[in-house]
Design a protein around this ligand. Sequence first.
Ligand SMILES: [Zn+2]
Length: 57
Amino acid sequence: MKVIKCADVGFDCPGVIKAETEQEALAMAAQHAKEAHGVEEVSAEIVTKIKSVMTEE
Ligand SMILES: [Zn+2]
C-alpha cells in the first residue's frame, strides 16, 4: 500500500493518503491538495515531491 503524508509534501496538515497503487495515490493526493489546500493545478514539481515522500506500507 502506498502512503503519502501530507506534511512531508510541505503542507501544515495531518492528512495521510493511502492507496493501492502509485497512480491512485497521486490522484488522491491531487484531489486532497485541491480540496484541502486550494491547489488548483498540481504541477510536475509537486508530483515529483509527492513521489519522493511516498512510502510503502
Ligand atoms: Zn493536506
